[in-house]
Ligand binder design. Structure first.
Ligand SMILES: Nc1nc2c(ncn2[C@@H]2O[C@H](COP(=O)(O)OP(=O)(O)OP(=O)(O)O)[C@@H](O)[C@H]2O)c(=O)[nH]1
Ligand SMILES: [Mg+2]
Length: 398
């Protein structure tokens, strides 16, 4: 299973509260270095483990939120960046030590809408005070007393259950074709095999789409765009919907009869990765771009760009051609910092986000959304630039 489909759980707290010991305890492995010296963990440590009901999850150990000095500041920033990537947070507290540092974490969890639980650790040393207990209760979250030293198997199990129960079901578990097809419907997938295609296999969105059609007890046909004409000339059953690679949209659009739904893989996945309506509303802003406006392109994985790279080369070129003006593009990979203040951009275009969770995509777009900047994604933008945007979003308008 791809990492992006696994729930991500971040472990937070001050230095020395026992975050690393906690991870080692619940995974029963020596994953993170533990020591009595505050500031032992200096960078986020990611570890995938199998967790009862949840299956594989990614646990993230972080540096203490109260770290000091210039280096400490950098570590705190890394810790805060982790918040943008997680689905659930555990806030560890020990020795009744709760102050602005914990409050800061809580306000960040709330800002990014991350559900969380409190774990009062080192319970073997100091019990939680009445005043701290009532303070924590006021946040309306679960509180669990724990000790990495004296916890028995049973206690660890309870703790894992608590975490599992509180992790929201992931959007990725919503099915790709939900609401679009029913049992026995036919789906036609158009998958060009171009220079960028990997050797000897299909790419993940194609594989996932095929699997999902099967899960809907429907029937899937896959072909390259070069076989599309002969498909429609033959007496194959009429597809309910055709899904094409965005890059072949223009061509496929001409061939697929108008009474058949046509959309793209990217648009299909945009529904699960990000806010679909936001993209629908933001995409037509392409037409409103003025001479020398700035557009931000957000990629999800750092890769070497080829001469026909979709995000770096093609989309910028197509936009310039489409509006007949010069537009400046900044292309940013992963969670790298932006070269400009977000307010300087007129439009942000996010990639399909196949390597990201839905929460990660939303958090990445948050600064743009908060500042009222138009947001689109690759598939939507390409559909728009090819003049088939309206057709490609019809299947989703119910
Ligand atoms: N008594 C007791 N000691 C604990 C417990 N959990 C951790 N410790 C001890 O506390 C110290 C710090 O533990 P770590 O797990 O390294 O703490 P951390 O939060 O990861 O610390 P940093 O990486 O420095 O931020 C170590 O000496 C641990 O052995 C606990 O539940 N009870
Ligand atoms: Mg640590």
């Amino acid at each position: 299973m791809l990492k992006s489909f696994r729930p991500h759980i971040g472990i937070f707290g001050k230095r020395n509260v026992g975050k690393s010991s906690f991870i080692n305890k619940i995974t029963e492995q020596d994953i993170s270095i533990v020591s009595s010296l505050p500031g032992t963990t200096t960078d986020a440590v990611y570890k995938t483990i199998e967790m009862s009901d949840l299956g594989p999850v990614v646990l993230i150990d972080t540096a203490g939120i109260d770290d000091l000095g210039d280096l400490g500041k950098k570590r705190i920033k890394t810790t805060i960046d982790v918040i943008k990537k997680i689905d659930f947070a555990v806030l560890l507290i020990s020795e009744n030590n709760f102050d602005i540092h914990e409050e800061k974490l809580i306000s960040l969890f709330n800002e990014y809408k991350i559900p969380f639980a409190f774990i009062y650790n080192k319970n073997d040393l100091t019990k939680i005070s009445k005043s701290l207990e009532s303070k924590l209760k006021s946040y309306g979250k679960k509180i669990l007393n724990f000790s990495n030293v004296s916890a028995k198997k049973e206690d660890v199990k309870n703790l894992i259950d608590l975490i599992s129960k509180n992790i929201p079901k992931k959007m990725e578990e919503a099915k790709i074709f939900d609401g679009l097809i029913e049992k026995n419907d036919h789906v036609l997938l158009v998958t060009p095999i171009d220079k960028g295609a990997p050797r000897g296999r299909m790419i993940l969105p194609q594989v996932q789409a095929i699997r999902d059609v099967l899960d809907h007890d429907s029937i899937v046909t896959t072909l390259k765009e070069t076989e599309l004409k002969s498909f429609f000339k033959s007496n194959y059953p009429k597809p309910k919907i055709v899904v094409t690679d965005s890059q072949a949209f223009k061509y496929v659009n001409r061939i697929v009869p108008k009474d058949i739904f046509l959309t793209s893989f990217s648009i299909l996945f945009a529904r699960m990765k990000g806010d679909f309506n936001l993209y629908v509303n933001g995409t037509p802003s392409i037409s409103k771009l003025k001479e020398n406006d700035h557009v931000l392109i957000l990629e999800s994985c750092s890769h070497h760009s080829s001469e026909d790279d979709i995000g770096r080369i093609k989309i910028p070129r197509w936009i310039k051609e489409f509006i007949g003006k010069n537009v400046n593009f900044d292309i940013v990979s992963s969670f790298n910092n932006l070269p400009k203040n977000i307010k300087e951009y007129k439009l942000v275009i996010q990639c399909g986000g196949c390597m990201l969770t839905r929460v990660q995509v939303l958090n990445r777009l948050k600064p743009a959304i908060d500042n009222g900047i138009a947001v689109s994604n690759y598939g939507m933008a390409i559909a728009y630039l090819n003049g088939i945007f309206d057709r490609a979003i019809v299947p989703f308008k119910k």
